[in-house]
Design a protein around this ligand. Structure first.
Ligand code: ACO
Length: 334
């Protein structure tokens, strides 16, 4: 039994924020952000554009994009997010209700920026085992809600977004391999220290440190090392070599990281697909929104072999090798 990709869509909030606009309120510049990261713009949520709302919209876009499908209903929804609507319960059941998917299996996964790859690996296993026949996975994050607006080292890097993919069981196979890993020894590299059980159980019970923080330089090096390892492992598992790869879609955190990864696999610059100049680092949404962008403009074509890879908090990492489906997918960002 194979796993087929039949739908893809994404959603961003209405408000667009340019580097110039950020430079008016923060000690930063378009020149610094562009040369150090490649980011030019990002979208910021307004009060109603929550993780569930962006997920719902991405889900609608993915359902609309399907051109070839049997009649079976979506029976599973996985939402990868580290910025859920609430600490309890999970966001996925709410999104399933908003999308009127019925009383289906619905769960969240938190692997921060690697969330979409973790969700894809679980989705693949659920379908191959026969537990699920049609599944929607969504990567969604509203990082503006956890960032310190005065922190120039993090605030300019992130944008809010959601991306959704629909998978089904099939004789075709579009997921050729998946690979994931983690190392909790490094949880402090990317973290929100307070606000969970650890701080609540301290005698003072004070939530002093509730903003997202990242050790940029160390994360930069670990992201390259673990995405390199992930791509190699996923290629090995798929039986393909780097010469067979048409495109790589790395997590959209920093253009310099993406350039390094593509050089390591001797890919030319056009083979590393990007969307970060437009959306910034959208965490769990970054891979699906980049796929949407390049399916929409026709860069990604039927039969293309695509390696997706990510690195994020945990620390976590992973990759998957995809064979793009032959049937048309009307992917859009709405
Ligand atoms: N504007 C102007 N100057 C700045 C800014 C800014 N926005 N941010 C930092 N600086 C300054 C620093 O203060 C520092 O100044 P100093 O030399 O006087 O001390 C200087 O610029 C250089 O700072 P660095 O942190 O060394 O800059 P670097 O080149 O490493 O870029 C960045 C920082 C963009 C964060 C980079 O390290 C990076 O991309 N790291 C990896 C991020 C990543 O991959 N994340 C993935 C996972 S994210 C997740 O899971 C949610």
């Amino acid at each position: 039994m194979g796993v087929k990709i039949i739908g893809l869509g994404a959603s961003v909030p209405l408000k667009l924020v340019t580097n110039e606009e950020l430079s008016r309120v923060l000690d930063t510049s378009d020149e610094w952000i562009t040369t150090r990261t490649g980011i030019k713009r990002r979208h910021h949520s307004s009060s109603s554009e929550t993780t569930s709302y962006l997920s719902y919209k991405a889900g609608v876009a993915a359902l609309r994009s399907v051109t070839h499908s049997d009649d079976s209903d979506v029976d599973t929804l996985i939402v990868a997010t580290s910025t859920p609507d609430r600490r309890c319960p999970a966001t996925a059941p709410k999104v399933a209700a908003m999308l009127r998917l019925g009383k289906i299996r619905a769960l969240d996964i938190n692997a921060v920026c690697t969330g979409f790859i973790y969700a894809l690996e679980l989705a693949d296993a659920l379908i191959r085992s026969g537990k699920s026949k049609k599944l929607m996975l969504i990567g969604a994050d509203v990082f503006t809600t956890i960032l310190n607006k005065q922190d120039r080292t993090t605030y300019p890097l992130f944008g809010d977004a959601a991306g959704a993919m629909i998978l089904t069981n099939s004789d075709d196979d579009n997921i050729l391999s998946t690979y994931t890993g983690s190392d909790g020894e490094y949880e402090n590299l990317i973290t929100i220290p307070d606000g969970g059980t650890e701080s609540a159980l301290r005698p003072d019970g004070v939530n002093a440190d509730v903003f997202f923080r990242m050790e940029g330089k160390e994360v930069f090096l670990k992201a390259i090392a673990h995405m390199k390892e992930s791509v190699s492992e996923a290629l090995n598992l798929s039986g393909l070599s780097k010469e067979n790869v048409d495109y790589i879609v790395p997590h959209q955190a920093n253009k310099r990281i993406i350039d390094t990864i593509s050089q390591l696999f001797e890919l030319n610059k056009d083979q590393a697909l990007m969307s970060l100049e437009e959306y910034g680092n959208t965490s769990a949404a970054s891979i699906p929104i980049t796929l949407v962008r390049h399916v929409k403009v026709g860069t990604i074509k039927p039969g293309n072999k695509i390696v997706v890879t990510a690195f994020g908090g945990g620390i976590t990492w992973g990759a998957a090798v995809l064979r793009w489906p032959d049937e048309k997918i009307n992917a859009n960002v709405i």
